[in-house]
Design a protein around this ligand. Structure first.
Ligand SMILES: Cc1cc2nc3c(=O)[nH]c(=O)nc-3n(C[C@H](O)[C@H](O)[C@H](O)COP(=O)(O)OP(=O)(O)OC[C@H]3O[C@@H](n4cnc5c(N)ncnc54)[C@H](O)[C@@H]3O)c2cc1C
Length: 397
């Protein structure tokens, strides 16, 4: 595509690969540089709620999402002893009532899906970006393997330890939420009730929350168990956890909670850290997206979703853009996305506090959860492409 913008994406996670697909769908030239030598199967369940699923469906992934995912149809919340607190079904949210569903997926399945949909050669594996040099008319990228590249625009999709963030003079400081999560995947055949498990199931009590949902078309059950901690746990996706310590945290809880823990072969520890919104995301030719721009605590399952929204927003804004317009388009991107993602970050923080609250009766908890669920409709109903297209046509010229 001679004459078109050369776009480089640093990081081939969910955000980077989605951005590449969305940009290509609008005829833009893009290369992704990913540090991993091979696509790794690390990670467990991630939620792709309707705000993100509808964007992926528009670029042709509807069938594949149904194939790899389990629909997020309802959420059932119980006390630690199994008494029902409340059931949140989709009918309260118009978008969901119309069948505009989201999906819980295994992160590796989604990554494979996105990777396979890109033409060979789009993603350069084994390329760890170590330096960016921004010049008037280009950005030069250097990689740890000695390779160099240049681009008109660089998108930093390189996650919570972003090198691109550092290269544009930013540093995001994590603060511990004083909780950690145990995570695990259990083959569904080990749990007799697993075939009937639809949507997301929560158990709440004593400052802890335990959640289960099916992924991989119900073949696996994803577990996340949040517990209080005084020590700073590693912010890792692969640090091994202690099954005995996990069992002790949930001793005496409802039967399915204990059955699940007893069925695990292994568990992973994940320290939960929060970060304040960054003061800016972009320079003239470089910007950030996904966790590199707005990492958030996981309590509303929007980490993947917000990165998908970023990718589609960038595609709308960069379509038809010449090299001299890049700085203006990145400004607009930042204005649109910083406002929304800061609100989602705050919502996720508040959700964590709500799930951990210790003093409510089940009825008080149900009322607070209903009020909270009603408030978060704006997250699911958002159409990132429409918002970007409207902002582009309404901008002052
Ligand atoms: C290994 C892994 C496992 C995860 N597992 C889960 C999970 O089970 N549940 C969940 O909710 N969320 C998980 N997440 C986080 C979740 O994927 C993100 O919150 C969300 O999808 C936003 O994605 P992102 O693309 O912005 O960042 P990420 O998913 O973190 O992707 C960033 C990508 O950038 C690459 N990268 C980093 N630095 C460089 C560099 N200098 N040069 C080139 N490439 C670089 C990384 O290897 C990675 O592929 C995981 C993330 C990772 C990296």
């Amino acid at each position: 595509m001679p004459g078109s913008l050369r776009i480089a994406i640093v990081g081939g996670g969910i955000g980077g690969l989605t951005a590449a697909l969305a940009l290509r769908a609008r005829g833009l030239e893009v290369r992704v540089f990913e540090q991993a030598e091979v696509l790794r199967e690390i990670g467990a369940g991630v939620s792709v709620h309707p705000n993100a699923a509808r964007l992926l469906k528009r670029v042709g992934f509807e069938e594949q999402l149904q194939k790899i995912g389990s629909p997020i149809s309802a959420a059932v919340l119980r006390t630690s002893q199994g008494d029902l607190i409340t059931v949140r079904d989709g009918s309260a949210t118009p978008a969901l009532a119309e069948g505009d569903l989201g999906y819980n997926v295994h992160r590796a399945d989604l990554l494979n899906l996105l990777f396979d949909a890109l033409p060979k050669g789009t993603v350069a594996l084994g390329h760890r970006c170590v330096q960016l040099k921004e010049e008037d008319d280009r950005v030069r990228l250097s990689f740890a393997n000695g390779v160099a590249a240049e681009a008109d625009v660089v998108i930093g999709a390189d996650g919570i330890r972003s090198v691109v963030q550092r290269e544009i003079g930013l540093q995001s400081r994590p603060t511990s939420e004083r909780i950690m999560a145990y995570r695990g995947l259990i083959p569904a055949e080990r749990l007799p009730w697993a075939p009937d498990l639809k949507g997301t199931h929560f158990w709440l009590g004593s400052g802890r929350s335990f959640l289960l949902y099916p992924v991989a078309q119900g073949r696996l059950i994803n577990m996340v168990a949040f517990v209080p901690t005084d020590t700073d746990s590693e912010e890792s996706w692969s640090a091994p956890g202690d099954l005995k310590a996990l069992a002790a945290e949930y001793a005496g809880w409802d039967r399915p909670v204990q059955d699940t823990i007893n069925s695990l072969d292994e568990t992973f520890r994940w320290g939960i850290y929060d970060r304040a919104p960054l003061p800016y995301w972009s320079t003239d030719r470089i910007t950030l997206m996904g966790d590199a721009a707005h990492p958030m605590v996981p309590h509303v399952g929007q980490g993947a979703g917000q990165s998908i929204e970023d990718g589609f927003t960038l595609a709308v804004l960069l379509e038809g853009c010449t090299a001299k317009d890049v700085a203006d388009r990145l400004d607009l991107y930042e204005v649109i996305r910083r406002e929304r993602t800061s609100k989602v970050q705050a919502l996720a923080r508040a959700a964590g506090q709500l799930y951990r609250s210790e003093h409510d009766t089940p009825a008080e908890m149900a009322a607070r959860l209903r009020e909270w669920a009603a408030q978060r409709k704006w997250v699911f109903e958002h159409d990132a492409e429409k918002v970007a297209a409207d902002a582009l046509s309404n901008r002052p010229r």
